[in-house]
Design a protein around this ligand. Structure first.
Ligand code: ZN
Length: 171
């Protein structure tokens, strides 16, 4: 396994519509393992292939120990609407508040062997998956902000700032 480099918002790959995957072979297993590892190291809840520079329709996500890796996902049913806060590994240092998402979704997709799968998801897991599927269409949460002030810059934690200060002090 290997940790891949995560691209950030200014990279045009994040604005492309990713290509459908037609061929399913063993190479996907390694890619999925790499994506989970990259996601874990970056402390994310989901990661879409375009975020590591690959413009293909694949994402991985994890919620409460349940892991999914879906190819060519399609939301076939949406129910309800909720506002929530989201971060994105490609937009470090910021979060977006009051981002509307469907409360419950049904996703049709393919697994790593190309088999058809269906997931009914709700709440936070449904939000993560909607965010990741947006990545496959070149959409970032920034596009879904209702008001510019809902984009918040994260202030580094005081202890971290303190540590940095301590580190640069001459002995
Ligand atoms: Zn994201």
């Amino acid at each position: 396994m290997a940790v891949r480099k995560i691209v950030t918002a200014e990279n045009p790959v994040l604005r492309q519509k990713a290509k459908k995957v037609h061929r399913f072979d063993n190479s996907h297993k390694k890619l999925i393992a790499d994506m989970f590892e990259t996601m874990e190291v970056a402390r994310g809840a989901g990661l879409a292939a375009p975020q590591i520079g690959l413009s293909i329709r694949l994402f991985v996500a994890e919620y409460e120990g349940e892991r999914i890796a879906l190819f060519n996902p399609e939301i076939v049913k949406r129910e309800g609407s909720v506002l929530g806060t989201e971060g994105c590994l490609s937009i470090p240092g910021y979060i977006g508040e009051n981002i509307p998402r469907a409360e419950k979704i049904t996703v049709k997709a393919q697994d790593y062997k190309g088999r058809q799968v269906r997931h009914e998801l709700e709440g936070w897991f449904a939000r993560i998956v909607q965010h990741e599927i947006d990545h496959l269409d070149g959409i970032l949460y920034l596009d879904r902000l209702q008001r510019p002030e809902d984009l918040k810059e994260l202030v580094p934690e005081e202890e971290e700032a303190l540590e940095e200060e301590v580190a640069v002090q001459p002995e």
